[in-house]
Structures are given as structure tokens and as C-alpha cells.
Write a protein that binds this ligand. Structure first.
Ligand code: UD1
Length: 350
């Protein structure tokens, strides 16, 4: 198969490319405008896999460019995996129009091209945020979705609906929304990982950057939740396990072509882990002690969410194998690598 990966230089996109190149014969092409990433990711992919990935630097909200500069030239595509999106929850509250414009127009433009160039398969990166503050845990795919807490979350819920509606009307097409829980960790080589531009928002990059001395403080956002240690519970899933789910999902779409139009899967480990347990796992793997501080709750955070992943396990034959300790060990390896890159850069400029 020939597959388009949007956001191929991003965190989950790049790990998925690595998995595809290591485990399949598929050809992958990326579209990424580096709005929250860098071309250096493709060097890292080459270092790990020995293979070169072509990237088109196209803004997906520019329909004409997407159609003429990409799809018209690469018209024999079999499928699209759509990762590219803005994903900072807090920023989406400050700049809702930017989030709706970017995340929804990107998806709509891709689907217009899927229609025009008759592409068979589509995978959409969704999020557990579509469940909102669900009462019963773990959440299954049948748990009702709720109005998400943020414009970011709303773009995921609306995105799923757009894809579902589109899939009902398009002949010879099938698609999936994959609801990621909290993706963490890095490639086991330590050669590729998460590198957001600016101060990270997500827990694990905050922890590793704090431990490396890049950040001055580490706040635990609230210890007055009704959980075993008072801190919020999430389902931290290793990025390499998430990446592999896309390989299986593409196989599933291909093998069940003509059998169904649209479906949804949770991608989580099935285990709820508290913030303090994440910090302990990091301390355990790094041998360091984290001098963290307890702060107030963060606006928009839910108390607890974790996945029932039995549908993906059964239907996709997906078996996430990596633990939170594995995730912390690889994230820390990656952080130390970044430290080295930074030192080399500074020495180079002196
Ligand atoms: C959120 C969204 C998720 C989205 C992701 C993208 C929900 C339930 N989840 O994940 O759908 O894909 O953002 O970025 O809306 N924490 C600290 N200190 C920190 C940072 C985080 O204590 O410095 C805590 C948070 O309060 C939270 C946990 O760590 O309890 C995880 O936070 P984070 O990594 O930001 O992910 P979510 O907010 O769960």
C-alpha cells in the first residue's frame, strides 16, 4: 500500500512511520508544515530505519495546494492516516477560532481530496477527550460522548462526526477514528521522541525537561481529587504501542474493505495511573529524585479517565506490551539525547 501520513514529523506520526517502515512493505509519504515540529525528525527516522521519507511542506488548510501540489502528483494512494493537528488544550481556550479553523479545515480538505481522488481508507487521530467527564470507568466505545471541556476537544468530537457522515456517503471507502488516551515515551533506541516547541504542556515532557534542568519547576496540578493519592488518573500508553495500532488498523481497513464504513477504537492500556505514580516511575527508572511542588487543579482537567481496550485487542489484535516504566526509561533516554544535541549546537556556535 501507499499511505499518506499527515503530521509525519510530529510525535505520534513519526513513531508510526518508523513502525510501518520496520514492519511492512508499505510506502509512506508525509505532509507536514513543521508548525510544531522540525525536518530533523526525518533524519532521525533515517537513522533508525535506514530509509528516507519524502515530506511535502503543505498547509492542509490550503485546499488548492493540497489538491494540486500533493494529491494530483501522488494519485495512487491507498490510504490516509491523519495526525496533523493543533493539540494544546489551554491554547485552544485562548484561540478557539485558530483551533476550529486549523483542525476542521485540514480534515475537510483531506476528505474533499479523498473523494476526488477516490482513496479507499482513512484513519483519524481522535482522543479520549470526547468522553468528557465520564462517570463510569473504564470507558468503552459505547460510553456516550460528551461536550468536551475545550475547543481542542471539540475539534476531535466534530472531526469524528464529519468522518462518520462522510463515510456513510462514500462508496468503496472505510475509515476509523482512533481515540488515544495519554501517549507517552519514546522510541526504545532513544533516538526519537516528543519535542514540542516552547514550554511543554503534557506531563511527561515536563517531567523529563525538569529533570534535565531545562525547566525551573514541576507542578502537580491538584492533590485533592477523589483518587488513591489525591492526584488525577490517566491511562498512559506508550507511543510505540499507539504507533503499532495504526499498522494493525490499516490492515483491518484493508481486510474488511466493503464490510463496514466507519468504526471507533479506544487506544489505551486499560490501567489508570495517578500523577504521583508517573513521577515515581520516572524516579525509579532515572535514579533521580524529583523536587516537585503541589499546586492547584488545572482548569479543564478531568479527575479520572482510563480505557476499556478490549475492542481494539479483539478486533485489531492489538496487544500493548510496554509499561509505564518502559515509557519513562525511553523518554529519559530521549531527553538525554536532546541534552547532547543542545550542547553540541552550543559548542558549534561558540
Ligand atoms: C489532554 C487531553 C487529551 C489530549 C492531550 C493533548 C483530556 C482528558 N485529555 O491530556 O485528550 O490529547 O491533552 O495534549 O482532556 N499534569 C501535572 N503537571 C504538569 C502537566 C500535567 O500535574 O506539569 C497533570 C495533569 O493535570 C493531568 C496529567 O498530568 O492530570 C496529564 O496531563 P497531560 O499530559 O497534559 O494530558 P491530559 O491533560 O490528560
Amino acid at each position: 500500500m501507499k499511505i499518506l501520513i499527515t503530521g509525519g514529523a510530529g510525535y505520534i506520526g513519526s513513531h508510526t512511520i518508523i513502525d510501518i517502515l520496520e514492519n511492512t512493505e508499505h510506502e509512506v509519504i508525509s505532509i507536514d508544515n513543521y508548525s510544531n515540529s522540525s525536518p530533523a525528525t526525518f533524519d532521525r527516522i533515517r537513522e533508525i530505519t535506514g530509509k528516507t521519507v519524502r515530506n511535502y511542506n503543505i498547509d492542509l488548510t490550503d485546499y488548492k495546494s493540497l489538491r494540486d501540489d500533493f494529491f494530483a502528483r501522488e494519485s495512487d494512494l491507498d490510504g490516509v492516516i491523519h495526525f496533523a493537528a493543533l493539540k494544546a488544550v489551554g491554547e485552544s481556550v485562548e484561540k478557539p477560532v485558530m483551533y476550529y479553523h486549523n483542525n476542521l479545515n485540514s480534515l475537510i480538505n483531506l476528505l474533499k481530496c479523498v473523494e476526488k481522488f477516490d482513496i479507499r481508507h482513512f484513519i483519524f487521530s481522535s482522543s479520549c477527550t470526547v468522553y468528557g467527564n465520564a462517570e463510569a470507568q473504564p470507558v468503552t466505545e459505547k460510553t456516550p460522548t460528551q461536550q468536551p471541556e475545550s475547543p481542542y476537544g471539540y475539534t476531535k468530537l466534530v472531526g469524528e462526526n464529519i468522518l462518520n457522515d462522510f463515510s456513510k456517503t462514500k462508496e468503496g471507502f472505510n475509515s476509523l477514528s482512533l481515540r488515544y488516551f495519554n501517549p507517552v515515551g519514546a522510541h526504545e533506541s532513544g533516538l526519537n521522541g516528543e519535542l514540542p516547541k516552547g514550554r511543554p504542556n503534557n506531563l511527561v515532557p515536563v517531567v523529563t525537561q525538569f529533570a534535565a534542568g531545562w525547566l525551573n519547576n514541576l507542578w502537580v496540578h491538584g492533590n485533592d481529587y477523589e483518587t488513591r493519592d489525591g492526584t488525577a488518573i490517566r491511562d498512559y500508553i506508550h507511543v510505540s504501542d499507539i504507533a503499532h495500532a495504526h499498522v494493525l488498523a490499516m490492515e483491518y481497513l484493508n481486510e474488511n474493505y466493503g464490510q463496514f464504513q466507519y468504526d471507533v477504537f479506544n487506544l489505551g492500556t486499560g490501567n489508570g495511573v495517578t500523577v504521583l505514580e508517573v513521577l515515581k516511575a520516572f524516579e525509579n527508572k532515572s535514579g533521580l529524585t524529583l523536587d516537585y511542588q503541589i499546586g492547584p487543579r488545572r482548569a479543564g482537567d478531568v479527575e479520572m479517565i482510563y480505557a476499556d481496550n478490549s475492542k481494539a485487542k479483539t478486533m485489531l489484535e492489538w496487544n500493548p506490551t510496554r509499561s509505564i516504566q518502559d515509557a519513562m526509561a525511553s523518554a529519559w533516554k530521549w531527553q538525554k539525547r536532546l541534552d547532547q544535541i543542545k550542547r553540541d549546537d552550543m559548542a558549534h556556535h561558540e
